[in-house]
Design a protein around this ligand. Structure first.
Ligand code: IPM
Ligand code: MN
Length: 363
C-alpha cells in the first residue's frame, strides 16, 4: 500500500480526451478531498503520428511502464496508417500489451437496468458474464511480423504457447470461482471458445483448457466453437459465466457481446499482467462525434473502476477497492435513472452524465 499511486493518463484521439476527462472527474469525486492518485498526462496516438511521425514516444512508453496503472481514452483516426496499411493509432495499445505482457483482457458484459437490449425479452440481470480474452499471443502475435510478398500474397501467423494458454485458462477458472455463476442457472462455468474442429492451434488451446480444468472440479467446464458462440451469445446469453478465448476471437466476440447490452459505450476493459495494467473502454475513438460533447463516458468510467479494484487488491488498499464499488454503484444508478447518451437512446450529453454520476456517488 502506498500513500499515492502514479496513474499515467493517455487521452489519445477522437473522443478519447472527452471520455478520459469524464473518468478523471468521477475518480476525483469518488475520493472526495483525499485523492490517493496522481494523474500525469502523456501524448500518444494517430493525431500525434500525423503531426510528428511518431505514434508512441519512448517517454510515454517509459512513463506507462513505470506507473502504477495506465488509463487510456481511445486512439486511432481512419486513414492515418503506417506504410504497411495498419493503423498508427493502435501502436499504443498493442505495444503495451506485448511489451508489458498484459496477457489477460478482462471484459465484463452486463445488462444494466434502464438499458434496452436489442435481444427480445431479455431483462437486466439476465446477461452477466466475463469474456476473458488472451491478449498477448494468438493471431495478434503477428502484428508487425507478418509477410507480404510482391503484392501477391500475405501471411500472418497465429501463435499459441503452452505458457500463454495455461495462464489465461487458469485465470478464467479463478474468475469463475469468485463469481456468482451464470444468470440462467447459477452454475459457475467456464466456456472455452475455439475452432478446434478445424485448426491445430485451437485444438492445442482446447487440450490445455481440458488439462487445467481438472484442477477446478467445482467449476463446470465446456467447449464452444466460435461460430456457434456468435449465435449462442444472441440466443442464450444467460447461460454464460466466464468465456475464455484466443486473442482475435475475443476481440470479435466482445463487440458482439457489447451489442447485446446496449452497445460499445457500456463495454469496459481491463488489460492486466502480473504487475501492470492498462484500462480503457473497448470502444474506439469515434471521430465522427469527437469534440461535440456527446460521447458516452460509461465505458471509460467503468474501466477506471476496474483500475481501482485491480490496484486496490494488488496493494491491499481498501480505499481503492471501496471507491471502485462506489463508482460501479453510481454507474448502475445513473444508468437506471436514465442518464443516457444518444448511443443508448437518451439525450444526455457527456457533462450531464458526469454530473449525475458524481451526484450518485454520495447516494
Ligand atoms: C480492442 C480494440 C483493439 C484490438 C485495438 C485498439 C488494437 O479493438 O481493444 O478490442 O483490436 O484489440
Ligand atoms: Mn476490439
Amino acid at each position: 500500500m502506498k500513500d499515492s499511486y502514479q496513474i499515467a493518463v493517455v487521452p489519445g484521439d477522437g473522443i478519447g480526451p472527452e471520455v478520459t476527462d469524464a473518468a478523471l472527474d468521477v475518480l476525483r469525486a469518488a475520493f472526495g478531498g483525499e485523492l490517493p492518485l496522481a494523474f500525469t498526462e502523456y501524448p500518444a496516438g494517430a493525431e500525434l503520428y500525423r503531426r510528428t511521425g511518431e505514434s508512441f514516444p519512448d517517454a510515454t512508453f517509459q512513463a506507462c511502464r513505470d506507473a502504477d496503472a495506465v488509463l487510456h481514452g481511445a486512439a486511432g483516426i481512419p486513414g492515418v496508417v503506417h506504410p504497411d496499411g495498419t493503423e498508427a493509432g493502435l501502436d499504443f495499445t498493442l505495444r503495451l500489451r506485448f511489451e508489458l505482457d498484459l496477457f489477460a483482457n478482462i471484459r465484463p458484459v452486463r445488462l444494466y437496468a434502464g438499458v434496452r437490449s436489442p435481444l427480445a425479452g431479455v431483462e437486466a440481470g439476465q446477461i452477466d458474464y466475463v469474456i476473458l480474452r488472451e491478449n498477448s499471443e494468438g493471431l495478434y502475435a503477428a502484428r508487425g511480423a507478418g509477410a507480404q510478398l510482391r503484392g501477391e500474397m500475405a501471411v500472418d501467423t497465429l501463435v499459441q504457447t503452452r505458457k500463454g494458454v495455461e495462464r489465461i485458462v487458469r485465470q478464467a477458472f479463478e474468475i469463475a470461482r469468485a463469481s456468482n455463476g451464470a444468470p440462467a442457472d447459477g452454475v459457475r462455468r467456464v466456456t472455452c471458445v475455439d475452432k478446434a474442429n478445424v485448426l491445430r492451434s485451437y485444438a492445442f488451446f482446447r487440450s490445455i483448457f481440458d488439462e487445467v480444468s481438472k484442477d477446478y472440479p467445482d467449476i463446470e467446464a465446456e467447449h464452444g466453437l466460435i461460430d456457434a458462440m456468435a449465435m449462442y451469445l444472441v440466443t442464450r446469453p444467460g447461460h454464460y459465466n466466464v468465456i475464455v478465448t484466443e486473442n482475435m476471437f475475443g476481440d470479435i466476440l466482445s463487440d458482439l457481446a457489447a451489442a447485446t447490452i446496449g452497445g460499445m459505450g457500456l463495454a469496459p476493459s481491463a488489460e492486466v499482467g502480473l504487475s501492470r495494467g492498462l484500462f480503457q473502454a473497448a470502444h474506439g475513438s469515434a471521430p465522427d462525434i469527437a469534440g461535440l460533447g456527446i460521447a458516452n463516458p460509461y465505458g471509460t468510467v467503468l474501466s477506471a473502476a476496474s483500475m481501482l479494484e485491480w490496484l486496490g487488491r494488488r496493494e491491499a488498499d481498501d480505499r481503492l477497492v471501496s471507491a471502485a464499488a462506489r463508482i460501479r454503484r453510481a454507474s448502475e444508478k445513473a444508468i437506471g435513472d436514465g442518464a443516457l447518451t444518444r448511443d443508448l437512446g437518451g439525450t444526455a450529453d457527456t457533462a450531464s452524465v458526469v454530473k449525475r454520476l458524481c451526484a450518485c456517488l454520495d447516494a
